[in-house]
Design a protein around this ligand. Structure first.
Ligand code: NAG
Ligand code: NAG
Ligand code: NAG
Ligand code: NAG
Length: 301
């Protein structure tokens, strides 16, 4: 009797969706992947990228902190009435030379720095008519933005603060190393550092204001909630289907589209080009908070 009661408790603990994930657990089992594929047809999952990744490893890939209301919200007001928002838009088509390739943060919790440096790189190119076409350095943010925790995680909005007050150099000047380094204000080859800055930073918390901003000024950084199934994403419009919350993650929105009845964002991830759709993913509007805390500034050209 006692054993039966005990077994009941154990089963309840594992069956409950809220059982606590351990660092040694697999992010996704083949059984979970099959269940995702069988239970819906918006998106497909596979083990190609996630493999035998553990929850402990996965947390490194999603270690953004989210805070709200740090910068003024850009509402656009009446301007929205005059803006023709197409049902599909892709910044890679509007500014072909300015949307830079997918990067790879590796085993370092620096997504907050990637979303920020990537959006500013694209915007510098857009606003300079491609005369300043550089990839800015997430490593410099990792090393020097002391409000955040380097590879231990960080804040998208404070990265923009830092890019506004201090500025960041190019990736060639301070190459990516995927580890915390001492903040040095010279390029790795010893040459003088040139800083690229952001100006007039705003936040965006609705699909309409994000669309207006991306259409007018280029890609923005957003943060959202990552669940276990997201690691197994390979194509289609992501909606959380299976697994628990792992961490918050920062990425770069570059456009949107519609599949059937579902509006989705086109997003650049920083998990390398072998993840998802050549490094990109689609996610339904409103899903996992993807459009409730965008941030971006104009480049100070
Ligand atoms: C998941 O589903 C898709 C589409 O049905 C299929 O192409 C793919 O092979 C499936 N993958 C796995 C791992 O079952
Ligand atoms: C870029 O081109 C536009 C249109 O030709 C022009 O109005 C703008 O001044 C140019 N900007 C820069 C920074 O050259
Ligand atoms: C050092 O790096 C900077 C930034 O990438 C570059 O502009 C400069 O030409 C390099 N200097 C030398 C001597 O290689
Ligand atoms: C993730 O973000 C949400 C708000 O968007 C917040 O409530 C939650 O505490 C965050 N979780 C972690 C682990 O940072």
């Amino acid at each position: 009797m006692k054993n039966i009661i005990l077994l009941g408790f154990v089963l309840a603990a594992f069956a409950s969706p809220a059982f606590r994930l351990r660092d040694s657990d697999l992010v996704m089992t083949q059984e979970q992947i099959d269940r995702i594929n069988q239970s819906q047809d918006l998106w497909t999952a596979s083990s190609d990228w996630v493999g035998a990744m553990t929850i402990g490893e996965a947390r490194q890939y999603a270690s953004a902190e989210i805070i709200y209301n740090h910068f003024p919200e850009k509402h656009w007001g009446k301007l929205l009435d005059h803006l023709q928002v197409p049902s599909a838009f892709d910044a890679r088509q509007k500014w072909p030379s300015c949307i830079h390739p997918i990067l790879n943060q590796g085993d370092c919790g620096s997504c907050w720095a990637f979303g920020a440096s990537e959006a500013l790189s694209d915007r510098l190119c857009i606003f300079s008519n491609s005369t300043i076409n550089v990839v800015l350095s997430p490593q410099y943010l990792v090393n020097c933005d002391s409000v955040s925790y380097g590879c231990g995680g960080g804040y998208a909005v404070y990265a923009w603060d830092f890019m506004q007050s201090n500025g960041i150099p190019t990736q060639t000047c301070t190459p990516y190393a995927a580890v915390n380094q001492v903040c040095v204000n010279k390029c790795s080859n010893g040459s003088t550092m040139r800083y690229y800055k952001a100006a007039s930073v705003s936040t965006f918390s609705s699909p309409a204001s994000i669309q207006a901003e991306v259409l007018q000024n280029g890609p923005i950084e957003v943060s959202f909630q990552v669940y276990q199934d997201f690691y197994a994403y390979t194509s289609g419009v992501y909606k959380h289907t299976n697994g628990q919350f792992v961490g918050n993650h920062s990425v770069k929105i570059i456009g949107w589209g519609v599949q059937g009845q579902t509006n989705y964002w086109i997003v650049a991830n920083s998990w390398g080009a072998t993840w998802g759709m050549n490094g990109f993913f689609w996610i339904a509007f409103g899903e996992c908070g993807i459009d409730s805390n965008g941030v971006a500034g104009l480049p100070a050209v």
